[in-house]
Design a protein around this ligand. Structure first.
Ligand code: GRF
Length: 201
């Protein structure tokens, strides 16, 4: 059976694109719905260009609206790919262990409220850390706290800016997220990946 995947987005959607590219027609998982809290998210265009229904949430805090949409599309797995709002608690309860998020740092470091986008990379650079990376984890009621499923590491280079570090991390995200979704489809639910993805670039 094909795992039916919804992807929630707030921005440009490069992780969505990576997922769409990785899931060929015969893959055991398929993106069947894209949800956004922002009508201007570039990710919505990417979804439509790939003939995936793309819906804007009129009120992202409205759990029953979320649940109605997820049920209507018979969603098995919800992927947060650059989704910047909290998912309502009732949605997390209904899809417990079936929601994953990609975060652009090595959790549990550099996560939590306010740690998104370039704030994460700026904090990593300020800390003097020698490496960063990406994490895919299960989603629970708190930002960035659920069990880690996969991590990929990258070096932090001496001349890095938030942008150069973000680009290096993003490359790992684009490999890690499809790998987690494919493993989830094979197992029937999200599972930890045995290996980390390394990037020396
Ligand atoms: C990614 O770095 C993701 O980890 C973070 O937001 C960014 C989203 O990028 N949560 P995109 O919209 O997938 O291009």
């Amino acid at each position: 059976m094909t795992m039916r995947v919804a992807v929630a987005v707030s921005g440009r959607g490069s992780n969505l694109e990576a997922l769409l590219r990785a899931l060929e027609p015969k893959a055991p998982a398929r993106v069947v719905l894209v949800l956004s809290n922002r009508p201007d998210a570039g990710a919505l265009e990417r979804a439509r260009a790939n003939s995936v229904p793309a819906e804007v949430l009129p009120d992202p805090a409205d759990a029953s609206d979320w649940l109605a949409r997820l049920e209507r599309h018979r969603i098995d797995l919800l992927v947060l790919a650059g989704y910047l709002k909290l998912v309502p608690a009732a949605v997390i309860a209904r899809y417990r262990h079936l929601i994953v998020n990609v975060h652009p740092a090595l959790l549990p470091g550099f996560g939590g409220r306010g740690m998104y986008g370039r704030h994460v990379h700026e904090a990593v650079l300020r800390s003097g850390a020698r490496e960063s990376g990406a994490t895919v984890h299960l989603v629970d009621e708190a930002y960035d706290r659920g069990a880690v499923l996969a991590q990929g590491r990258v070096p932090v280079l001496p001349n890095d800016t938030a942008d150069s570090l973000a680009a290096r991390v993003l490359e790992v995200e684009h490999r890690l997220l499809p790998a987690v979704v494919l493993a989830a489809a094979a197992a029937g639910h999200p599972v930890p990946l045995p290996e980390t993805v390394e990037s020396a670039s």
